[in-house]
Structures are given as structure tokens and as C-alpha cells.
Design a protein around this ligand. Structure first.
Ligand code: GTP
Ligand code: SPV
Ligand code: MN
Length: 605
């Protein structure tokens, strides 16, 4: 019997019966050479990173302490949305935005893929906790994986190892998350630097709170605590238990008067969350501190306010565009070392480089595919979805309360996307339901964070299109219900922003990055009732004088163009929104149709 002979299986550092039997069952199915229980120690990190260097997966960076570069298989660089499934018992519970397959059918199909899939490899057991282990109800998970890259990355992104396992005790619930690269090794077979399979499945079983992932080593497909657990599975838990699991950053904003506000913001993948979360304000006296850059879990506190918590432990940020000019705090975070970079370029002195890091590119690089690169090369040196994976605790502007299990009270929620036209720089919702309408109709150009075409406008409700673990109509209803059950005066105010509007020449109308602090200032002044706004069909937008553009060097016309609500442009949105809403059938709450009618009548008025 494999179960008896697999080394490592018998000396488990836990007596958690359910965990033990699941580990045994998976080991019997996948037949790894050995089982290793991840303890999360420095020694383990050293051993695994050395092993990854020896295997050719990692290059140790001479120029940054304890940091590594991984260059993936060129086909395994992003989330695979077309291979991602919500396998609910009832198909209606996955529709209309998710791929679905009957759970039994999916399990039998994947069981055959998993059979023997870890042959020649090690199966790692990674106990982890999303959010603080000291939380009242810690959110445990256990990932089984045959990838050392996944183990070291999970150690950066989540609280892993002995502390999590001990807190799980003998019987506390956990989300089982099974991952395999799908690349077994035969005896004597030479491994490749980035093993993966051409067959990929990223599967959530929402009723069972279970995750099965196969074939990819890329972050969002393989670090299962992140999108699979903290968004897809957690959104189902949140629906059932009355909270929210969202694709949002969390930041703390302090005004020159020392008033603080916490702000959460949902932008689609590669649309600016990490950058806003770490923003360095350009306006004097304002301060931003970071609490999270990708995921927020939000629950009502006893005081009736909505509190947000970042369940992660690290940053998995888009590299290109991250530079000393645009996001100096991210640069400082990675300078501290202890980071894994994937699919960026290597400099000749053993550092990383990517487009946008510095104004001038180095004269010579090794590009993400391992080829010589010079500024004359036809292709960028780094993949557009290349990433840095780095401990959030290294962020120099991390708010001290970032890991408080009770979270922080949110004053404002921003929705935003990447739109060249139509959407003004900032607008404020009239009320909660109008804000939910803004979220439900959010649109953005697709980015390299997922495989497929880039730059195509699509609806991305609440920036959660690829991450809602259940029916998207029910999800919108959940947002409406969240507002209904609350004291309206204590609910966060909702805003919609767009940093990506273009001028006639195709350039950005708004300078973005640190200058976005001007928009945050207007948001806070709206909360405090001190900033003026004009009412437009799509909400309140700043009056020309109420947005602080001092010292920015923009002309009045440029500011007006950034803020413009063009009725003709908006009328063109109506058929698209109508078509979008029709997809939801009777699952869409009637209030969304009401909001659409209000918009239409205001555009015609
Ligand atoms: P995920 O990690 O994929 O969820 O993405 P994210 O929302 O955290 O996106 P991120 O902040 O990493 O930004 C993605 C890209 O947008 C980077 O290339 C940034 O340089 C660019 N970007 C961010 N903020 C701005 C901005 O205000 N203006 C412009 N023009 N670009 C921006
Ligand atoms: C995203 O795609 O939204 C990310 C990166 O934050 S990943 O974790 O790979 O999904
Ligand atoms: Mn994300």
C-alpha cells in the first residue's frame, strides 16, 4: 500500500483526524515520493529556495537580499478564466457569469488527472490561515501541492505552518485546497524549470468549501489561499453568513487636520489597487497608510459600521509600471528583500528590472524568456503580468492596525475601472442602491492578469467577475440586502473613479498615481460635507473649483475633460447595461432595473 510506504505520511505533526485522512487519501491518489509538512520556518525557506535554485526554477538575485527570480513556462503566466469553474450542485448557483460543470462529473474527470500526478515529486502539506490566527473564528485552509514555488510563495502570501496547524487543533474546520502542477516525473526523467500541464482546471466546489486546482503554477491559479479561497469560496461563506468578501484594497487616509478615514476600493485586476493602497500623496499634509492591496473581508461591527480586514500576509503585485516615480513605497517594500519575482527581466548585476521601473532601460538584460535583451529589442523585457511577491510587513507605510482581527471601519468604498472614455475621474453615488448600481455595471478593459485578449471592454461587477463564487445576480442582491439591513448613516459612501480616461491624442487625461490623492481629498471632503459637487445623471461630480488641482499644471479644459459627464457617451452605455442586466434573468434585484430607469430619465432630462 502506498499509504504505508510514502515517507512523511506517518509522522504528521497533528492528530487532526479529518486532515490526516484527507492527506492520506490524496497521497494514495497522487502517489508522491514523499510527504512533507510545511512548518513555515526560516530553515524551511532556505532549504526550499536552495532547492529551487538547484532545479533552475529560481535565480538568486545578487542585488537584493534573500530574493529570487522565477521565469515561468511562457504559457503559464496568468489566471485562466476559461478554465475556472464554480461546480455548485445546481447550475443556477454558478450562472450567468461562471463556467459550471456538475460537481460529480468534475470530480471524476479530475480524479483521473490527479491519479499518479505527483509521481517523482514531493507532496507538501501547507496549513494556513487567511487573516490573523488570533481571530475569533480563524479562517483555516490546508493546501496540498507538489510545487516548491507554491510553498515559498504561500509563505509570503499567507500565515502558514506550525502556528496555523497548532491553532487548528484536532478538529477545527479548514478549507481543503488541492493543487498539482500535473507534471509527474518518471524515474530518471530530467525535470524542467517550470513544470506545468497544458490541461488546466481551477475548480471551486462552493457547497463543500473545497478547491481543486490542476496544471498551473501561476499565482492566482496555484496560491489557493488567494483568489480561490479568499474570494470565490469566501464570497459564498459571506453570502450565507451576512458579510462581504471583496476584491478591494484597504487604505488609511489622514488629513492635515489629523482626521483619519479608512477607504476600500475595488478595481479589476491590474487596474490600480496596489498603487492606490501605497500612494504617496502629492498634496501637502495628507498621509496614506496601507492595510491591504487586493482582498477585503467586510463585516458589520457592533457599532453598526462596516469593518474591513485584509486576509492576506503579502503582496502579489503587478511589476510593470511599478517604479520610483509611480509607486515608491512598493519599491521600498521589495528593496527589503525576501521576495520572489516572476517573469521580469534580470540585470547583468543580478537585480530585477521591468518596464516602468526607471525612465531609462539598462543597456543589457536577460528577458523573462531568458533571451538577451537591449532597449532596441522588439518585445518588452518583462511579461505584462509579471509579478513581485513580497511580505506586506516590509511596506514602510503599513498601518499598525492592519492585522487587527476586528478590521477597520470603512468610510468610503470606491469602484473603478480602466475606461478610455465616458467614465468621469470621480463621481459620488446618490445613495447605497445607486452605489450598488455603479458596482453592478462596472466596466473595464481587460488586462494581462488573465489569459485572453487585452483591452476589450467588459462588465466586471464590483471588480469581481472572475471571483464571484456563486450566482452574480444573487451577489448583487446580497449587496442590496447588506444596505437594507444597515443604518444608512453609518454605511460607507460609494464613489466611482476612473484614472484611465484618455485625451484626443490617446494620452491619459489624469496624471494618476500620487496625484490620485487629490481625488481622495475630495472624497473625504464629501464625507465631511465640505466639498461642492454638481449633480449629473451619473451622480455627483466635483465642481470645477472643488477638486484641488493646485500646482498640477493642468489647464481648466483638461480638468473639465477628466470630470466631464457626456450624455451622448452615456446614452451609448444604456443598451450595453440593458443587455448585461438581461443576462441575469430574474436573479437581478429589481432595484437595479429601477436605477437604470433613473439613469435613462436623467440622461433624457
Ligand atoms: P491585481 O493585483 O491584478 O488585482 O491588480 P491591481 O489592481 O493591484 O493593479 P496595480 O496597482 O498593480 O496596477 C496595474 C497597472 O496599472 C500597473 O502597471 C500600474 O502602473 C498601472 N496604474 C496604477 N495606477 C495608475 C494610475 O493612477 N494611472 C495610470 N495611468 N496607471 C496606473
Ligand atoms: C489578480 O489577477 O487580480 C491578481 C493576481 O491579484 S492573482 O493572484 O494571480 O489572481
Ligand atoms: Mn487581484
Amino acid at each position: 500500500m502506498t499509504s504505508v510506504t510514502t515517507p512523511g505520511l506517518d509522522n504528521a505533526p497533528t492528530t487532526h483526524a479529518k486532515l490526516l485522512s484527507w492527506v492520506q487519501e490524496v497521497a494514495e491518489l497522487t502517489t508522491p515520493d514523499r510527504v512533507v509538512w510545511v512548518d513555515g520556518s526560516d530553515e524551511e525557506w532556505t532549504r526550499l529556495t536552495e532547492q529551487l535554485v538547484a532545479a533552475g526554477t529560481f535565480t538568486r538575485l545578487a542585488a537584493k537580499p534573500n530574493s529570487f527570480l522565477a521565469q515561468s513556462d511562457p504559457s503559464d503566466v496568468a489566471r485562466v478564466e476559461d478554465r475556472t469553474f464554480i461546480c455548485s450542485v445546481d447550475e443556477a448557483d454558478a450562472g450567468p457569469t461562471n463556467n459550471w460543470m456538475d460537481p460529480a462529473e468534475m470530480k471524476s474527470l479530475m480524479t483521473e488527472l490527479y491519479r499518479g500526478c505527483m509521481r517523482g515529486r514531493t507532496m507538501y502539506v501547507i496549513p494556513f490561515c487567511m487573516g490573523p490566527i488570533e481571530a475569533e473564528s480563524p479562517m483555516f485552509g490546508v493546501e496540498l501541492t507538489d510545487s516548491e514555488y507554491v510553498v515559498v510563495s504561500m509563505r509570503v502570501m499567507a500565515r502558514v505552518g506550525t502556528a496555523a496547524l497548532e491553532a487548528m487543533g484536532t478538529d477545527r474546520p479548514f478549507v481543503p485546497a488541492l493543487h498539482s502542477l500535473g507534471a509527474p516525473l518518471d524515474e530518471g526523467q530530467q525535470d524542467v524549470a517550470w513544470p506545468c500541464s497544458t490541461t488546466k482546471y481551477i475548480v471551486q466546489f462552493p457547497e463543500e468549501r473545497t478547491i481543486w486546482s490542476y496544471g498551473s503554477g501561476y499565482g492566482g491559479n496555484a496560491l489557493l489561499g488567494k483568489k480561490c479561497y479568499s474570494l470565490r469560496i469566501a464570497s459564498v461563506m459571506a453570502r450565507d453568513e451576512g458579510w462581504l468578501a471583496e476584491h478591494m484594497l484597504i487604505l488609511k487616509l489622514t488629513s492635515p487636520q489629523q482626521k483619519t478615514h479608512y477607504i476600500a476600493a475595488a478595481f479589476p485586476s491590474a487596474c490600480g489597487k496596489t498603487n492606490l493602497a501605497m500612494l504617496e500623496p502629492t498634496i501637502p499634509g495628507w498621509k496614506v497608510e496601507t492595510l491591504g492591496d487586493d482582498i477585503a473581508w467586510m463585516r458589520f461591527g457592533e457599532d453598526g459600521r462596516l469593518y474591513a480586514l485584509n486576509p492576506e500576509f503579502g503582496l502579489f503585485g503587478v511589476a510593470p509600471g511599478t517604479g520610483w516615480d509611480t509607486n515608491p513605497n512598493a519599491m521600498r517594500t521589495i528593496e527589503a528583500g525576501n521576495s520572489v519575482f516572476t517573469n521580469v527581466a534580470l540585470t547583468d548585476d543580478g537585480d530585477v528590472w521591468w518596464e516602468g521601473m526607471t525612465d531609462d532601460a539598462p543597456a543589457h538584460l536577460t528577458d523573462w524568456k531568458g533571451r538577451d535583451w537591449t532597449p532596441d529589442s522588439a518585445e518588452p523585457s518583462s511579461h505584462p503580468n509579471s509579478r513581485f511577491c513580497t511580505p506586506i510587513t516590509q511596506c514602510p507605510i503599513l498601518a499598525p492596525e492592519w492585522d487587527d482581527p476586528k478590521g477597520v471601519p470603512i468610510s468610503a468604498i470606491l469602484f473603478g475601472g480602466r475606461r478610455k472614455t465616458t467614465i468621469p475621474l470621480v463621481s459620488e453615488a446618490r445613495d447605497w442602491n445607486h452605489g450598488v448600481f455603479m458596482g453592478a455595471t462596472l466596466s473595464s478593459e481587460t488586462t494581462a492578469a488573465a489569459t485572453g485578449a487585452v483591452g476589450v471592454i467588459r462588465r466586471d461587477p464590483f471588480a469581481m467577475l472572475p471571483f464571484i463564487g456563486y450566482n452574480a445576480g444573487d451577489y448583487v442582491s446580497h449587496w442590496v440586502e447588506t444596505g437594507k439591513g444597515a443604518d444608512a448613516a453609518k454605511l460607507p459612501k460609494i464613489f466611482y473613479v476612473n484614472w484611465f480616461r484618455r485625451d484626443a491624442d490617446g494620452g491619459f487625461l489624469w496624471p494618476g498615481f500620487g496625484e490620485n490623492s487629490r481625488v481622495l481629498k475630495w472624497v473625504v471632503e464629501r464625507l465631511e460635507g465640505t466639498a461642492a459637487a454638481v449633480e449629473t445623471p451619473v451622480g455627483h461630480v466635483p465642481t470645477p473649483g472643488s477638486l484641488d488641482v493646485s500646482g498640477l499644471g493642468m489647464t481648466v479644459e483638461q480638468v473639465e475633460s477628466a470630470l466631464a459627464v457626456d450624455k451622448d457617451e452615456w446614452r451609448q452605455e444604456i443598451p450595453q447595461i440593458t443587455e448585461w442586466f438581461e443576462k441575469f434573468g430574474d436573479k437581478l434585484p429589481g432595484t437595479m432595473w429601477d436605477e437604470l430607469e433613473i439613469l435613462k430619465s436623467r440622461l433624457d432630462g
